[in-house]
Design a protein around this ligand. Sequence first.
Ligand code: HEM
Length: 481
Amino acid sequence: MMGSTPMMAAALAIAAALLVSLPVLYRLLSPGAGDKTSRKKAIPPGSFGLPIVGHTLSLLGALRANTAEEWLRRRATAYGHVSRLSLFGYPTAFLVGPAANKFLFTSPALTTTNAEAFRRMVGRRTVRDVAGDEHARVRAMMVQFLKLDAVKRHVATMDAEVRRHLDAHWRGRADVAVMPSMKTLTFDVMATVLFGLGRDSDVRRELSTEFQQLVQGIWSVPIDLPFTRFSRCLAASRRGRRAVAAVIDERRAKLERGESSPADDILTHMLSKGLPDEDITDNVMFLMVAAHDTTAALITFLLRHLDANKDAYAKVLQEQEEIARCKGAEEALSWEDLCKMRHTWAAAMETLRIVPPAFSMLRRALADVEYGGYVIPKGWQVMYATNMTHWDPAIFPDPGRFDPARFDDPAALAPYSFVPFGGGARMCPGNEFSRVETLVAVHHIVTRFRWKLAAGCDGSFSRHPMPYPSQGLLIDIEPIH
Ligand code: HEM
């Protein structure tokens, strides 16, 4: 939970920010806002909460206390599947259910948006900030490196990174804090595979440090005063951006000298396509945020659930040991090996259902748009929360039970109900990358170590908004061989 001093600081900060934006708010909330023709219908039921602060502090507090799901569920019970609230200074329509997810992922009247803190730290020209042809063009540059064919080529590199990480951070130790360890691993994999930043590069170490700080503030209150979390994270972002800009200069020089090819890494590819430096920096920053904490959370919570569910663990262990038996000790995993990891991926999907790394995503209405009998005015934010369908007992019976068998036949899942990677044209293009990374990491962990929660570590977690386990999920480990 937030302490009282930061809470007051945050409240003051919000007050200052919103006073500045009052004219905008007045326009958004006034009855004449948006296209007048569609104004015969009512706006969604609910409330905008406290003057000025809206619901922002309340939701952030619930996220920290890991009660945000109940918080949102209470609103859905009180107001139904479409309701209004106020978040991050904007009127927001909160939508619940598979049909709402479909609407949010596919409606041309909605565009992606990020919380203001995220935009100021990561950038305003990321792939999520552009639309139409521009979005397709920037996304294609990323997909070139993230599509299945490209990821298949990186299995051996990921295998080497995982082995190196476990040798350096797990071998010879009695305990490990899993989340920090997996953050380091996923950062290193991303830096090597996507950005071509070698293991000994200073900039890789520098970026890793800055990003650990930066991601803590992406949903903070965006006021740059010395005592705020946002200000500390913004400073980390500035240092990170300078480091990325230096890499861009170095890559441009190499490209001009003919010492590199656009196929080498995403950054060089974007340069070769003529993307402006500012846009490249924003997109590199975005990819770094999008790619590493999410997958680190998936691997961490998968280990947590395997510890608590012995049947699922036994199946995963058997599957991984069978694969290991067919390989030499130093032989890297292949794509064919990953295709045999059916139980492991089902357990990972069940983990994504129970603890989705992305709690919620935002869209913005480009025009007045109708949904569920209400009008969502132009300029409003539109929000969905993954847990609203992931934890709906009508869709996933007994939702608190960890049961990977739910994913035995992914094609049988109700459409738009399992949405850890979003959906539609904005669906996460990194899903294959994170799948391969997760399977490789779990293979080596499961076949090399036994683990259990350390004394005093209860496996609980909070959200920032990424899920973060208490004590980083401290486990006692012992080597198997
Ligand atoms: C378990 C891991 C991951 C999860 C749960 C996840 C989840 C998501 C979600 C929910 C979205 C937003 C979808 C929407 O707004 O509808 C997204 C977007 C995105 N993700 Fe991921 N992600 C993961 C890993 C990755 C990785 C590894 C990468 C890159 C290497 C990546 C790159 C992106 C990009 C570029 C977008 C923006 C797509 C667009 O706007 O067109 N993600 N991700």
